[in-house]
Design a protein around this ligand. Structure first.
Ligand code: CO
Length: 134
């Protein structure tokens, strides 16, 4: 069911420092920061030949990554995103097999304008998974 690894998301404690590390120390192609108020994050994309890294930084008061950064003050890997062809079929198959979809259990429009859902990390070896319909 899952296809390509679309991105790895890393929550960062200091966005400027993280940008400098990826640009200068690691020599990667790094986008300008984009504020996504409706998702409560500022995102920077690191373009790699085979996938993307998303640097996530809290935006606004109720950021969904504020709690993660409180528990992981130096930042850390936040989620992996796999591509799927059909998000609704994926959701049905997963729930039928006992996996828990976060929120109200329905796909939402994600940070890239495409349908996504998030799966409970306890159901997947302690890793928060995002599925994105491409
Ligand atoms: Co993501």
């Amino acid at each position: 069911m899952i296809g390509k690894l679309n991105h790895v998301a890393i929550a960062v404690a200091d966005l400027e420092v993280a940008i400098l590390q990826y640009k200068t120390m690691l020599g990667a192609v790094v986008s300008e920061p984009q504020d996504l108020p409706e998702h409560g994050v500022t995102v920077v994309f690191v373009e790699l030949p085979n996938t993307k890294i998303e640097l996530l930084y809290p935006f606004g008061e109720d950021s969904p990554i504020a709690g993660f950064l409180a528990k992981n003050p130096s930042g850390g890997m936040h989620h992996l995103c796999y591509e799927v062809d059909d998000i609704h079929t994926a959701a049905e198959t997963l729930t039928a097999n006992g996996a828990r979809i976060l929120g109200d259990g329905k796909p939402k429009i994600g940070a890239h304008g495409k349908p996504v859902l998030f799966l409970h990390p306890k159901d997947f070896s302690g890793t928060l998974l995002e599925l994105e319909q491409i």
